[in-house]
Write a protein that binds this ligand. Structure first.
Ligand code: HEC
Length: 173
């Protein structure tokens, strides 16, 4: 029962901000992170400080008021620590958001985001490393939750219809 409940809540949470179609595969490849491989994690920390910390914070704390869009419609960078919702998303989804950017993953090319796409900046190995570093920092509860999402994402995401940005806004909150 607990697992069914977790699955239901996870499906809801993974809607925010509606990275729903990700498992259909922006790239059709299921990427997994290596958060327990300390060599990968250490390499990832360097990538993080060089490429991500400016927006997501040196301690993964994100930007202030990260749930509220600015006057131009852009969201601030969310935290990657336990206070954010990076850990609500499966490994593959995090990889695709980072590699291809939110608009592509959402399937809405009008979606405005400050999040860069890294496909021409970082190698797949570096993207896996940086996300493995982030995942490695999560406390046990978030790690365990996220592993559940990982295990269910293929069934969990496929039936979710594409949503528009206005709904994304509501789901972020
Ligand atoms: C220029 C600022 C900026 C930089 C640099 C940046 N991001 Fe982001 N990132 C954002 C913003 C803003 C969002 C919120 C997405 C949106 O606009 O909907 C975001 C969202 C994300 C998300 C989705 C989080 C969630 O909870 O859904 C991931 C994963 C992510 N970023 C990873 C990274 C990684 C890894 C790096 C470094 C390689 C990075 N970002 C660099 C601004 C940035």
């Amino acid at each position: 029962m607990k697992n069914i409940l977790k699955l239901a809540v996870a499906s809801l949470l993974t809607l925010s901000p509606c990275w729903a179609l990700a498992s259909e595969g922006t790239d059709g490849i299921l990427t997994t992170l290596e958060a327990d491989d300390l060599v990968v994690v250490q390499a990832g920390e360097k990538v993080y400080q060089a490429h991500c910390a400016a927006c997501h914070g040196a301690s993964l704390e994100g930007q202030p008021n990260w749930r509220v869009r600015d006057a131009n419609g852009f969201l601030p960078a969310p935290p990657h620590d336990a206070s954010g919702h990076t850990w609500h998303h499966a490994d593959d989804l995090l990889f695709e958001i980072t590699k291809y950017g939110p608009a592509v993953v959402i399937g809405d090319d009008t979606y405005k985001s400050m999040m860069p796409l890294y496909k021409d900046i970082l190698s797949d190995e570096d993207i896996i490393a940086v996300l493995s570093f982030i995942k490695n920092t999560w406390p046990e509860e978030q790690r365990s939750w996220q592993e559940d999402v990982n295990g269910t994402q293929l069934n969990g995401f496929k039936t979710v219809p594409k949503k528009k940005s206005s709904l994304i806004d509501k789901l972020w909150k």
